[in-house]
Design a protein around this ligand. Structure first.
Ligand SMILES: NC(=O)C1=CN([C@@H]2O[C@H](COP(=O)(O)OP(=O)(O)OC[C@H]3O[C@@H](n4cnc5c(N)ncnc54)[C@H](OP(=O)(O)O)[C@@H]3O)[C@@H](O)[C@H]2O)C=CC1
Ligand SMILES: N[C@@H](CC=O)C(=O)O
Length: 434
């Protein structure tokens, strides 16, 4: 039996405590699978005196000096489950440059500055694994990094944020408004005290950038992702979606396309969208995640499971720990990621989308003609028009055919100035062949 593989654990919160628990409960099997025992040599936290229940770990291992722990000579692998950009970046770059492999769940850092981490890993000859950073327990990044390396992926569509999926599922099931559903998500522990990153789409955008980078062998940063959250989705939108045989989901959509001159480019976006209830992602309820991959040879693949929570996320962290521990013992490292493609990012305005526009109008002769005229002016074709209500309480719902997003947005802007349009109640995109 080899001597132990020594771990520095940075963070012992929702995910970190479950990592400690799994390392303890599965110690015998993990030792057999790796060929050496795993040993936690230190745990960095913010508040060492915090009550962590009956955590099976020596209290003497806790420290507030994360950087000091990373630099210790007796550390082989650094496991980071703190989150945020700094000081996590400093710790991980220090570890990687010193040849210590890193396992992290930190999607925010990978999306913001993944290139720096990858460069440091190459410089130090260390492994950088981050399966837990996207879609929690779902094995998704390793299939992209390894199994699908021989194929060409053209599209990744997914639900990658559990909190917003829970909120939208609750709105769909009960007819509740956004605020009410958010309260329920908070009470059940899905949404954090500050839910901004989830409900405004930042969390999903970070995950989308990681997925697109791996799928298309290029670097897509957080700033390259078009992002809209779900705070404007109303009970009325949900009801309107139902009338159309649809449901509303926060989607991440990453596409690779090739123009007539052979130039490939990518586009990555996160926004709420109406999808038909027959779509494979429509039945993904509660806090679950699912990702749909379309590859040239493999065809369509779907990955589904728990995308958040301590134990599911710790499962992915443990899988990475086993992989890097085996590499450490073998004196090797995984092949570094291929981001050779250096593809340009297509702006959102060029994406062909469809809009569902809900207008509060005065029901007078000529309103429909005036509204339709503005769509025609921007070369946007209308698929369906539905009117309900009379007099000053009329509602006009227009669903378009596909058009460049810039043309659709310009149409909506011009509708705002129209005399009979009292308000634009909502604008939502429609995906998936409604
Ligand atoms: N929770 C989830 O469902 C998922 C989380 N992730 C990612 O996993 C990571 C951890 O998330 P989660 O466990 O939920 O976060 P928590 O907030 O529950 O835990 C964070 C931990 O980091 C410690 N910490 C914070 N700041 C410092 C610091 N400056 N120095 C040392 N320790 C510090 C905290 O210490 P203390 O305990 O003393 O406060 C705590 O133990 C994040 O990157 C997150 O995005 C990924 C997928 C799912
Ligand atoms: N806040 C995230 C947790 C995991 O990344 C989510 O709700 O999906």
């Amino acid at each position: 039996m080899s001597k132990s593989v020594r771990l520095a654990l940075l963070g012992c919160g929702t995910v970190g405590t479950e990592v400690v628990r799994l390392l303890h409960e599965q110690a015998t099997d993990l030792t057999a699978r790796i060929g050496a025992p795993l040993e936690i040599v230190g745990i960095a936290v913010r508040r060492p005196g915090r009550d962590r229940g009956d955590l099976p770990v020596d209290p003497g291992l806790f420290t507030t000096d994360a950087l000091g722990l990373v630099k210790r000579e007796d550390v082989d692998v650094v496991v980071e489950v703190v989150g945020g950009i700094e000081p996590a970046r400093t710790w991980l770059v220090e570890a990687l440059r010193a040849g210590k492999s890193v396992v992290t769940a930190n999607k925010a850092l990978l999306a913001e500055d993944g290139g720096t981490l990858h460069d440091a890993a190459t410089e130090g000859g260390a492994d950088l694994y981050y399966e837990a950073s996207v879609a929690g327990a779902i094995p998704l990044l390793r299939p992209l990094r390894e199994s699908l390396q021989g194929d060409t992926i053209n599209r990744v569509t997914g639900i990658v944020n559990g909190t917003t999926n829970f909120i939208l599922s609750a709105m769909d099931a009960t007819g509740a408004g956004f605020e009410e559903a958010l309260e329920e998500a908070t009470a059940l522990g899905y949404a954090e005290a500050d839910p901004t990153a989830d409900v405004e789409g930042f969390d999903a955008a970070a995950k989308a950038s990681i997925l697109a980078s791996l799928a298309f062998h290029t670097r897509v940063g957080a700033a390259d992702v078009y992002r809209e959250g779900i705070t404007a989705v109303s009970a009325r939108d949900v009801a309107s979606a139902k009338q159309m045989g649809c449901t509303i989901k926060l989607l991440c959509i990453a596409t690779r396309s090739v123009d007539s001159s052979g130039q490939a480019s990518v586009a990555v976006r996160v926004h709420p969208a109406m999808i038909p209830t027959s779509h494979p992602l429509a039945s993904v309820g509660d806090a679950f995640n699912a990702v749909f991959i379309e590859a040239e040879a493999a065809g369509q693949l779907m990955f589904y499971g728990r995308g958040a929570g301590g134990a599911p996320t710790a499962s992915a962290v443990l899988g990475d720990i086993v992989a890097v521990a085996r590499n450490h013992l073998a004196g090797t490292r995984a092949a570094s990621e291929s981001s050779y493609a250096d593809l340009p990012i297509r702006p959102m305005g060029e994406a062909v989308t469809r809009y569902h526009v809900s207008l509060d109008v005065a029901d007078r002769a000529g309103v429909l003609a005036a509204v339709a005229g503005i769509f025609a002016k921007h070369d946007v074709s209308i698929a369906t028009v539905r009117q309900s209500g009379r007099g000053d309480d009329a509602v006009l719902v227009i669903v378009t055919h596909g058009a460049p997003d810039a043309a659709l947005a310009a149409t909506v802007e011009e509708l705002r100035g129209l005399e009979f349009v009292r308000a634009i109640a909502s604008v939502l995109r429609v995906e998936g062949g409604v």
